[in-house]
Design a protein around this ligand. Structure first.
Ligand code: NAG
Length: 474
């Protein structure tokens, strides 16, 4: 039934734009996109893809369904589908890894890896590309491929590129077709001159040095491009309401607490040996299972000065109560001293100022909406004070040990899952202080209720006893 409805609104495709348009796309230059590959079936171009590593190419699942690796190859360093190019090489596919949750009717989670039977040789015309979440402040991205230059046409014989704008609105695809937390919507703005077409499926959408998505199966629904991403990152328009992306050095005190390489919580640097986080984040783990990462912005790619420390000791506050969340605070001792730098530093802590006019900043890698995935980039939100957490009940909210913030009419965002343990910070006379640690809330939509933070100040004697003094600020 749903399929029938979708078919009823079929058409337009890339024709609408390309009528004035793909002619407006440009030919790619030699070595300009060293990561692009042509995926071929019986030596005919069927889709684009990008080099993920020496042995893997990422493309769309819809490109490979029903096909055998035996008849599939990837062609690297190629510009022309007809003439040989410098360094051009055809590499035989060995096996396919279709994303397990790929859904064939609506082409959600439309991604697959092709393993090739010999290492891809990197060089001036051939290289891998990192992937990352879309950059909020960059409203354009480049897509390239051998797609048709008009709807229903044959592949372009030359590699072409087009700049598309984002965010765009793909709501018209319907919620089955456009899944906001795993797809990016780009194109269809007034200034877009070109649009990907048939045979561009699987081609990467690129911002700077990162692949932020790939073109999904062409739906021919509307004048628009949907790209599903490698990581399942979030739609930009959705994310803007819940915080802004951080830049290097913005939050030198923030740490990511990880288990098995996966971010689980935030924390802050207390001194060269100790990290403060919430007890609820770490009570279940042995020190040997935990790590902390500092100087990190991206959960996927390495940042300058980023460093991972093993944990030697986990100290939960003695009276931590799992059911009420009372005393939700813990100290993690690193196995070696944390090196301070411009992007890594401790933060002092203090009493919060809690009048309705006061604000605090929370940084973290939490999801950007309820039920979402971790944000791959560090983000921050501003929250206001003066809200009331009485609705949590007397056995859940202890004002002497807990802070209540956010959830008022002026708050545009709330901490989400995976923000637990992150510090709430206030500035006083130019000095920053951690006044709370994200402990719990009832969801993180914009209309959500306030969030409860563990106050830092009441734990002054405990910090001093367990972790010693903080350094003197310079
Ligand atoms: C995001 O885009 C802005 C504007 O183009 C740029 O200045 C900034 O460096 C980009 N950030 C990252 C992490 O690439």
């Amino acid at each position: 039934m749903k399929v029938a409805i979708v078919k009823a609104i079929i058409f337009i495709g890339c024709l609408f734009v390309s009528a004035l348009a793909i002619s407006q796309g440009d030919d790619a230059g030699e070595g300009e996109f060293p990561y692009i590959v042509s995926v071929t079936y019986n030596d005919e171009h069927i889709c684009g893809g990008f080099i993920y590593s020496n042995y893997f190419v990422l493309t769309a699942a819809s490109c490979l369904i029903g096909k055998s690796p035996w008849n599939t190859a990837v062609v690297i360093a190629q510009l022309s589908l007809i003439q040989p190019d410098v360094d051009e090489l055809r590499i035989q596919a060995l096996s396919f890894y279709i994303y397990p949750e790929y859904e064939e009717v609506y082409h959600t989670n439309d991604l697959a890896l092709i393993k090739v039977n010999q290492p891809i040789p990197y060089g001036p015309h051939v290289n891998f590309i990192y992937y990352e979440e879309a950059n909020d402040t960059d409203t354009s991205a480049t897509v390239m491929g051998w797609g048709a230059t008009q709807d229903g046409g044959a592949p372009s014989t030359k590699l072409r590129k087009a700049v598309v704008t984002l965010p765009a609105d793909c709501q018209s695809y319907g919620i089955d077709e456009f899944v906001i937390n795993t797809m990016i919507c780009a194109g269809i703005n007034e200034i877009d001159k070109a649009s990907p077409c048939n045979y561009d499926q699987g081609s990467p959408l690129v911002q700077g040095n990162y692949a932020i998505g790939r073109m999904k199966y062409v739906t021919f629904l509307l004048v628009s491009v949907i790209v599903s991403t490698a990581t399942g990152v979030l739609d930009k328009s959705e994310r803007v309401t819940n915080g802004v992306q951080a830049s290097a050095g913005d939050f030198p005190y923030i740490a990511s607490v990880t288990v098995g390489g996966q971010h689980i919580c935030g924390g802050f640097i207390y001194n060269q040996e100790w990290i403060v986080t919430s007890a609820s984040c770490v009570f279940d783990y042995l020190p040997s299972e935990l790590r902390v990462t500092v100087a990190q912005l991206s959960l996927i790619n390495d940042d300058p000065e980023e460093k991972v420390y093993a944990i030697f000791r986990v100290v939960l506050f003695d009276g931590y109560d799992y059911t009420s969340g009372l005393h939700d605070i813990a100290l993690l001792q690193t196995a070696s001293p944390i090196e301070f730098s411009t992007n890594v530093n401790f933060i002092l802590y203090d009493e919060a100022r809690e009048s309705p006019a006061d604000k605090g900043i929370l940084a973290g890698w939490g999801a950007t909406f309820e039920g979402g995935l971790a944000s791959s980039r560090l983000r921050s939100i501003e929250v206001t004070f003066g809200s009331d957490c009485k609705a949590y009940g007397e056995d859940q909210y202890y004002p002497n040990y807990m802070l209540c913030a956010g959830g008022s009419a002026v708050d545009t965002g709330n901490p989400c899952p995976l923000d637990e343990g992150s510090p709430l910070v206030q500035e006083s006379n130019g000095v920053l202080y951690a006044v709370g640690i994200m402990s719990k809330n009832k969801g993180c939509g914009t209309a959500a209720e306030p969030t409860i933070y563990t106050r830092t100040m009441p734990y002054y004697p405990w910090f001093a006893k367990v972790a010693g003094d903080q350094p003197t600020p310079i």
